[in-house]
Structures are given as structure tokens and as C-alpha cells.
Design a protein around this ligand. Structure first.
Ligand SMILES: C[S@@+](CC[C@H](N)C(=O)[O-])C[C@H]1O[C@@H](n2cnc3c(N)ncnc32)[C@H](O)[C@@H]1O
Length: 340
């Protein structure tokens, strides 16, 4: 049920009232149509009494929709001081439901925001089919989207930060091509058409059991190197994981073990193949201490020296309680709204 907010100036009037011109440097691009912002809150499945963190609220279009959907607590993280007065205006209208954090989202530990709040919704076991009554939502600025998403995915993999409370869904907007790519089958060519200005909304719900049995860092390094040469054979990127004297032997070993064709391209590989490659690479990193630290762009790097570093072995796989009877509810979805 939508909750009424006391009368507020329309979003467009808000922008004029507070002289809010979009700043290119902060990738600002406002959503002015409340029909669209309400669809985003609906897609995020915000319900009455839920608690929400919104990243980059700007003039507050999605913020209003979240409040209308009945969130009983909303914390917004906004870096640009020009938005603070209009957000305060909104916070006053929302009673005691809304809190403003005038901060850089990249430096904000969103898991700490509710740490000392005794009334926060209960934590939900990671293996339960239920999700906590909490959400992270953002129409992210493009300039910080990648580092922020990587930070959140890493926190999910360690069940830390806001994900210490359970499988909190993360709902983000992306340029439609990127959103489609995130949800697409392998080797789909959704980047080929001319870029459009449509936006896709993607809701990430953490899996109960990760598909990849390595630490986030190992998988991230493998993916980074393999996608580095996305138009070339996958072999080219994979070999950059190894020093030249070992690259043929170890790359060959990994391809054979994982039954991956070295002459395929990275976008043709599926999640299962990435999982196998990451697990195989993790084993090699354990067998060759220092290999995980190896960076092919650093000419000083050699395994003998790297093996003496304190973190010569890859980060261990996080261990969490697991339940054997569970089934994965593969719940992720894509909705797109034209904001042109
Ligand atoms: C694309 S705009 C979206 C604004 C609003 N959510 C909307 O949908 O209309 C991105 C917002 O993120 C804010 N922003 C940019 N960098 C940020 C950062 N590092 N931390 C927090 N907010 C940031 C911008 O100031 C802007 O308000």
C-alpha cells in the first residue's frame, strides 16, 4: 500500500527551487518521472516497514518512491552538498523515517549504518528461502558504478557489511545494454546495437551457496585477465596470469583440466567454466606460492621473490555453515524503462 507523503513541490519544481543543475563530473542524470521511480521501488520489492539504503539519491525521485512504498527507515548516501537541502526538505516531510549521510558512497560502510539500531529488521539465515526486510537501491552514477558494485559483490561473498544480516537484495539501474548483458545467456550480442538511453533495473539476490568455490579475489583476478582481451582467444588473456617460463605449461594444464577450448573467446564461457577455471587457478596458486601476486605488467615480478611475501598464497575460500537440502531460487530479473 502506497503511503502518502505530505504535500511536496513536484520534482521538477524542486530542481528549480534548489537550482540543481546536473553535474557531468558526478555522472548526474535525474529521474524526474515518478511513474518510473515508483516502478523501480516496485521492482526492488520495497514493502511497508522495510529498511532501505539508497545510494546517490540526488534530488530524490527514487527516494520519494521508496518512502511512498512504506519503508519505515530510509538512509540515503549523497556526496553532492547541493542536494542536502532538498533532501532535508524531503526528510522533514517523511517524519522520522529518513536519514541523510552526506558522504562518498565508496567510503561508506553501509553495513555500519544500522549496526547500533535495536529496532532494525531481524537478520535472516543465509540458507533460508526468505530475505531480510532490507534493501540497497541506487540509480548509480556511472563513474562509481563499477568499483561500488565490485565492493558490494565482495562483501556479499564474505557475508559481511550489510550482508551480515542475510541475503539483502541489491537493486541497481544500468544503461540498458549493460543490464541486458548482466542477465543475458552466454555469447549474446547485446552490445552490438547502437547504445540507447534506456535504463535497465537489475535486482541482485545473493545465492545461498556460491557457484564458485574460491575466494572473491581469485575469481576477480581470473576474470579481469581473461576479459582483458575479450575479442581474442581466451588463451591470450589467461596466459597473463603466469610468468613467461610457466605460461604454456600452466595454461595448457588448466585448459585440459577444465575441458575449455583455448581458442574460444571469453564471452563464450559460461559461469560453470569460469568456476572450474578459478578453482584450477586457485590450486595452481597454492602449488606455486607467489603466483597469485604475479602481475605480468610488473617487469620486476618473479616467483622466487613473490613466494617470500607474507600473502604469497591466495586468500582462503570463506567457510560458512551450509544446508544440504536447499534449492537455489534463481531470482533475478530485468526491467527496462525508457528515460529519454
Ligand atoms: C545518476 S544520479 C541519480 C540521482 C537520483 N537517484 C535519480 O535517480 O534521479 C547519481 C547521483 O549519485 C551522486 N553521487 C555521485 N558520486 C557519488 C558518491 N561517490 N557517493 C555518493 N553519491 C554520489 C550524484 O551526486 C547524484 O546525485
Amino acid at each position: 500500500m502506497a503511503l502518502r507523503l505530505p504535500p511536496l513541490p513536484a520534482l521538477r519544481d524542486f530542481i528549480h527551487m534548489y537550482r540543481l543543475r546536473a553535474k557531468k563530473i558526478l555522472s548526474q542524470n535525474y529521474l524526474m518521472d515518478m511513474n518510473i521511480t515508483r516502478k523501480i521501488a516496485k521492482q526492488a520489492k520495497v514493502k511497508e516497514n522495510d529498511w532501505v539504503v539508497e545510494i546517490g539519491p540526488g534530488p530524490g525521485g527514487i527516494t520519494r518512491a521508496i518512502l511512498e512504498a512504506g519503508a519505515s527507515r530510509l538512509d540515503v548516501v549523497e556526496i553532492d552538498n547541493r542536494f542536502i537541502p532538498p533532501l532535508q526538505h524531503l526528510a522533514e516531510a517523511a517524519g522520522s523515517r529518513m536519514f541523510i549521510h552526506h558522504e562518498d558512497a565508496l567510503r561508506t560502510e553501509i553495513g555500519d549504518i544500522w549496526k547500533n539500531e535495536p529496532n532494525r529488521p531481524s537478520s535472516v539465515d543465509w540458507h533460508s528461502p526468505n530475505l531480510p526486510a532490507m534493501h540497497v537501491i541506487g540509480n548509480l552514477p556511472f563513474n562509481i558504478a563499477s568499483p561500488l558494485i565490485i565492493k558490494y559483490l565482495r562483501d556479499m561473498s564474505y557475508q559481511r557489511g550489510i550482508w551480515q544480516y542475510g541475503r539483502v537484495p541489491l537493486t541497481l539501474t544500468f544503461q540498458l545494454e549493460v543490464a541486458k548483458r548482466l542477465c543475458s545467456p552466454i555469447a549474446c550480442s547485446c552490445f552490438v546495437p547502437r547504445p540507447q538511453v534506456d535504463v535497465g533495473v537489475v535486482r541482485f539476490v545473493p545465492r545461498k551457496t556460491p557457484l564458485v568455490k574460491t575466494s572473491f579475489e581469485v575469481l576477480e583476478k581470473l576474470c579481469r585477465q581473461v576479459f582483458h582481451y575479450r575479442q581474442k582467444y581466451v588463451e591470450k588473456g589467461l596466459k597473463t596470469l603466469y610468468p613467461p617460463e610457466l605460461e604454456n605449461e600452466l595454461a595448457d594444464e588448466l585448459f585440459k583440466k577444465c575441458r575449455v577450448d583455448p581458442t574460444t573467446t571469453s564471452i563464450r564461457l559460461g559461469i560453470e567454466q569460469f568456476a572450474d577455471l578459478a578453482e584450477g587457478y586457485n590450486e595452481q596458486c597454492i602449488r606455486y606460492p607467489g603466483l597469485f601476486l604475479y602481475d605480468y605488467t610488473n617487469k620486476q615480478h618473479n616467483l622466487e621473490n613473490l613466494s617470500k611475501e607474507p600473502n604469497a598464497l591466495p586468500p582462503p575460500v570463506p567457510v560458512f555453515q551450509s544446508s544440504s537440502t536447499e534449492t537455489e531460487d534463481n531470482e533475478w530479473s530485468l526491467k527496462n524503462f525508457n528515460i529519454s
